[in-house]
Every structure is written in structure tokens, then in C-alpha cells.
Ligand binder design. Structure first.
Ligand code: CAA
Length: 388
């Protein structure tokens, strides 16, 4: 199997580096951070030390400017070892890309170099208790008072909100205008009036902290506004067009790990006097799993390459890559547990963790129902509304 013939030397090099690092320095902590629901400190340090946080940042801001495909290759390798660490890793561009895409020169210079080195961690906060899929219905308000905006409200499901130094927060200057009132702010987490709320106890990616955020008369200087008033929804969505392929890559990494584990186990596990891999029922399962992994990789790489080519109206392919890879990961990990039988249902083997970790991939960064909504909207719009 030559799965890397279409990568550049640089992409292959970064993938191989990430693979070795993930297997040597991330995988050993994966079961522990899951079991204890603790932040994967040592794993993140290993990624930072290897310079992997710099990939999505242009060289002029201290990054290595390797692009979205490189980011996806690395995300897959990390998620293969530990999906919680992978989620943390992708959380950095999720929080930081809005600055790169929409920030002023001063904002880019202020934040991007430290995001590239990992000295500063970022997060992205769109969702609220009453605004998940309906992101334009968010209620956190931003009222302009002279040279500040005053933020009030609560956010939910913020990955890394308790470790980030800067959070891209979406609030509204006019709730009646829905998407057109949404405005983005760069909130430094030592700002008075900002606090971190409840940390969720989750089914999977348990080493990746997911927290609520609260804003109580939190004064944010005008120069911390990202883009113009009312531009926040576009900022939020255009960021997801780049990070959804990377989320697909996380799902892909989990699925590849489950396929690898199931294949290895099927060759070793003896029943009826032979390895269970000798049974056609198992062979067909493994073949279906392998096809799902392969098709996910093709879709993730395709969507990521579009970003690298500067194609910005890639919503259709980005949503497809995320949705397909997440559904594939759910199916592949569930089948991996089945191949392991009773052992797969225990915490002696990692496949039950893979299955729990896969589930969130169908939910965050837009549920797979929302991805289907986006895909069908794009499809119908591209079709020009004509019949047939
Ligand atoms: N790029 C740029 N602009 C976009 C866009 C895109 N991809 N998608 C929409 N817009 C623009 C539209 O053009 C429109 O602007 P105009 O009126 O000027 O034309 C405006 O935004 C509003 O768009 P819609 O009318 O399509 O808005 P909607 O209310 O119908 O919602 C939606 C669309 C697709 C359902 C959107 O709300 C959505 O994606 N919901 C899911 C939210 C989501 O993904 N949340 C995940 C949070 S991140 C996360 O999970 C983080 C984590 O911890 C890992």
C-alpha cells in the first residue's frame, strides 16, 4: 500500500515526524488522560517542542507555513495515538485562524508568533447553552461604550477554554439581526469580568477540557474586536471551512487506530482452531472498515488541498470531509469493538476508548446533521435551482 505517493517531500517528512512523536510521546499517556480526565500536559509539550504548533502560521509571523494538508496529516497521526490530544492540537488553529484570516496587522503581530511557538494557547467560543446548531441565535451581548465593548452572557462547549490565553469569542451587538449582529472579539483570559465555568464530564476525548465561559460586564478594548461589527458570523463560518477538514483528520486518525487494532487482533485471536482472520465474516468486516478509512483520507486530503490552493468557497467539500470521516470513524470503531468481542468492551483494550472518542466527531464543529444541511444547500445552490 503506497498511501503517500501524492504528498510532497515536506508533507511526508512532517507526517513521519508526527507519527514517530505521536507513537513515542503521546500514545503512552492516552489511556491515563482518558481514565483520569486530565489535561495531556506532557503530550502537548512534546508537540510544542517539535514545532508542530507552527504549521498553520505564515513564516512572517514565526510559523512554518506548511498549510492545511500538513495540519491534517499531523492531526491524523496525533489522533491515532490520543484523540483528546488531537482535539487540543486542532483547537489552536480553530482559535487562531480567525486572527490570521480577519485580523489587523497589529493583531496578527501581537498573537500569531506566540501561537506558533505554543507559548500562548487559543480557543474558539461560538456555542451557547441555547445556541448550538443555530449559531446565529447566540445571546451573549456586546455593547459599545466609548473605546470598549462590554460583554455579558455565557458560552458553552469551549474546547481548551480553561487553558487558553486568548479566546476568539462571538457575541452580538444586536440580537434581532441574528447573523448580521454577530461580532468577534479577542478576549484575553485575564480580563476582569471573564471567568471559566463548569468543566464537562464527557463520554470521550476526556483529556481535552470542555468548559463554559462567563462574561459579566467584561470590558474589551475596541482594538480587540476582530473584523467589523456584524462580520463575526462570516469569521466563524470561514474558520470552520478550514478546520472541518482537520476535524475530519482527527476522526480519520481514530478510525485508522481502530482498524490497525482490529486487524492485529484478528490475526492473533484463535477460535475454532484458527485465527479469526481466517473467517470470511471477519475479513469482510475488515475490508469494509479499510474502505471507510481510505475514502475518509481521500476526502480529508482533497478538502485540505483546496484550502492550500487558496480556494475559499470550499464549504461543500469541507463539510463532506468532516461528515464522512466522522460517520466512518463511528462505524469503524464500533466494528473494531465487535472484532474484539467481549475483550473489546473492556478497558483492557483501547478500542472502547476509540468508540467513545469517535462519537464527538459526529457532534462538534457542527453536527453531522448540520453538515448535511450545508452540503444539500450548496448542492442545490450550485444546481441553479433548475429541475433534473
Ligand atoms: N463562509 C462565509 N460566510 C458564510 C459561510 C461560510 N462558510 N456560511 C454562511 N455564511 C454567511 C452567509 O453567506 C450569510 O451571509 P449573507 O446574509 O451576507 O449572505 C450569513 O453567513 C448567514 O448564513 P446562513 O443564512 O446560512 O445562516 P444560518 O443561520 O442559516 O446558519 C448554519 C447556517 C450552517 C446552520 C450555521 O449556523 C452552522 O454552521 N451551525 C453549526 C455551528 C457549528 O458548527 N458549531 C460548532 C462550534 S465549533 C466547535 O464545536 C468547537 C470545538 O470545541 C471543537
Amino acid at each position: 500500500m503506497n498511501d503517500a505517493f501524492d504528498l510532497t517531500d515536506e508533507q511526508r517528512m512532517i507526517r513521519d515526524l508526527a507519527r514517530k512523536l505521536a507513537r513515542d510521546r503521546v500514545a503512552p499517556h492516552a489511556a491515563h488522560v482518558d481514565e483520569t480526565e486530565t489535561y495531556p500536559e506532557e503530550s502537548i509539550r512534546a508537540l510544542v517542542e517539535a514545532g508542530l504548533y507552527a504549521i498553520w502560521v505564515p513564516e512572517e509571523y514565526g510559523g512554518s507555513d506548511m498549510g492545511c494538508l500538513a495540519l491534517s496529516l499531523v492531526a491524523e497521526e496525533i489522533a491515532w495515538a490520543c484523540a483528546a490530544t488531537g482535539t487540543q492540537y486542532v483547537g489552536q488553529p480553530l482559535g487562531g485562524l480567525p486572527i490570521l484570516l480577519w485580523g489587523t496587522e497589529a493583531q496578527k503581530k501581537k498573537y500569531l508568533p506566540r501561537l506558533a511557538t505554543g507559548d500562548l494557547l487559543a480557543a474558539y467560543s461560538l456555542s451557547e447553552p441555547g445556541a448550538g446548531s443555530d449559531a446565529a441565535g447566540l445571546k451573549t451581548t456586546a455593547v459599545r461604550r466609548g473605546d470598549h465593548y462590554v460583554l455579558n452572557g455565557s458560552k458553552q462547549w469551549c474546547t481548551n477554554g480553561d487553558h487558553a490565553g486568548v479566546i476568539t469569542v462571538f457575541a452580538t451587538v444586536d440580537p434581532s439581526r441574528r447573523a448580521k449582529g454577530i461580532t468577534a472579539f479577542l478576549v484575553e483570559t485575564d480580563t476582569p469580568g471573564f471567568s471559566v465555568g463548569k468543566k464537562e464530564k464527557k463520554m470521550g476525548i476526556r483529556g481535552s477540557p470542555t468548559v463554559a465561559l462567563h462574561f459579566s460586564d467584561c470590558a474589551i478594548p475596541v482594538e480587540q474586536r476582530l473584523g467589523a461589527e456584524g462580520e463575526g458570523f462570516k469569521i466563524a463560518m470561514s474558520t470552520l471551512d478550514i478546520t472541518r477538514p482537520a476535524t475530519g483528520a482527527l476522526a480519520l486518525g481514530i478510525a485508522q487506530a481502530a482498524l490497525d487494532a482490529a486487524t492485529g487482533y484478528a490475526r492473533e485471536r484463535q477460535q475454532f482452531g484458527q485465527p479469526i482472520a481466517a473467517f470470511q465474516g471477519i475479513q469482510f468486516m475488515l475490508a469494509d472498515m479499510a474502505m471507510l478509512v481510505h475514502s475518509s483520507r481521500l476526502m480529508v486530503h482533497h478538502a485540505a488541498r483546496q484550502v492550500d490552493m487558496g480556494i475559499r468557497n470550499n464549504t461543500y467539500e469541507a463539510s463532506m470531509a468532516k461528515c464522512w470521516a466522522a460517520d466512518a470513524a463511528m462505524k469503524v470503531t464500533t466494528d473494531a469493538v465487535q472484532v474484539f468481542g467481549g475483550y473489546g468492551y473492556t478497558r483492557e483494550f483501547p478500542v472502547e476508548r476509540f468508540m467513545r472518542d469517535a462519537k464527538i466527531m459526529q457532534i462538534f464543529e457542527g453536527t453531522n446533521q448540520i453538515q448535511r444541511l450545508v452540503i444539500s444547500r450548496e448542492l442545490l445552490a450550485r444546481h441553479g435551482g433548475g429541475a433534473g
